[in-house]
Design a protein around this ligand. Structure first.
Ligand code: NAP
Length: 244
């Protein structure tokens, strides 16, 4: 069987880690990317212990040079990347009136430009093969907005626009491009929120709980599968119903 190779960015923890674990148990070959190689190696070792194939590569999504060199190392190891999951993301919250230019730019650079440059790395191979899957991890706030997160929300809404444009541009090559928009998920990103704010979010969520990284990973696993071959340009909400 021709094993497909998936590259997941931000694979060292949280949602990205849950994605690589779910995809490895489904038989995919994994490339794990993030800045901290040590943590990636730990996750890759766990996958290998379970009998899977995994390669860890340090990539800083805020640098196009780092993206180009990291993807070429991954390609040397496993050949073509069949599936890209753009999951890495950062927040630098603050009110717009006081937001520093550096905080605006760095969030846009990592979350949106980084995802786009990663897509550019994998597109030629996917187009040649006439098969590919791209999943961009957006956010519920990219759909509904959120005060204090203008930079992050702009990056996440931008990912939705990117998803829909690309889906139209490359659909004829049998490449699907979709977004997953998680709601409130229990990871390092939400760890620092006050108990009061967490409770408020849970109260506003019809399913009355925070999501787990695995909830998001299941959606990603579906969208990259052969079974999802007629779904493109879609934004799949994994948010417990907080936004419909
Ligand atoms: P997390 O636990 O903070 O993990 C973020 C991951 O991204 C880490 O692996 C981190 O590794 C990597 N990363 C950060 N900056 C990077 C950079 N410049 N280059 C490469 N990798 C980088 O976050 P999470 O909650 O799992 O979030 C994953 C995605 O889901 C993000 O895009 C986030 O915006 C989105 N999301 C999360 C929630 C939520 O409630 N948690 C809700 C909606 C959407 P290193 O630090 O080692 O680089």
């Amino acid at each position: 069987m021709n094993k497909r190779t998936v590259l997941v960015t931000g694979a060292s923890r949280g949602i990205g880690k849950a994605c690589v674990e779910a995809l490895a148990s489904a038989g995919y070959r994994l490339v794990l990317a993030a800045r901290s190689l040590d943590k990636l190696e730990e996750v890759a070792n766990e996958i290998r212990t379970e009998g899977g194939e995994a390669f860890a590569v340090a990539i800083d999504l805020s640098s196009s040079e780092s993206i180009a060199s990291g993807f070429s190392r991954a390609a040397k190891e496993f050949g073509r990347i069949d599936i890209l999951v753009n999951n890495a993301g950062v927040t630098k919250d603050g009110l717009a009136v006081r937001m520093k230019q550096a905080d605006w730019e760095s969030v846009l650079q990592t979350n949106l430009s980084g995802a786009f440059y990663a897509i550019q790395q994998v597109l030629p191979g996917m187009m040649r093969e006439r098969w590919g899957r791209i999943v961009n991890i957006s956010s519920v706030v990219g759909e509904m907005g959120n005060p204090g997160q203008a930079n992050y929300v702009a990056s996440k809404a931008g990912l939705i626009g990117l998803t829909k444009s690309l889906a139209q541009e490359i659909g004829s090559r049998n490449i699907t491009v979709n977004a997953v928009a998680p709601g409130f998920i229990e990871t390092d990103m939400t760890h620092g929120l006050t108990p009061e704010l967490k409770q408020k979010m849970v109260d506003n969520t019809p399913l009355k709980r925070m999501g787990s990284p695995e909830d998001v990973a299941h959606a990603v696993k579906f969208l990259v599968s052969d079974e999802a071959g007629f779904i493109t340009g879609h934004v799949l909400d994994v948010n417990g119903g907080i936004y419909m």
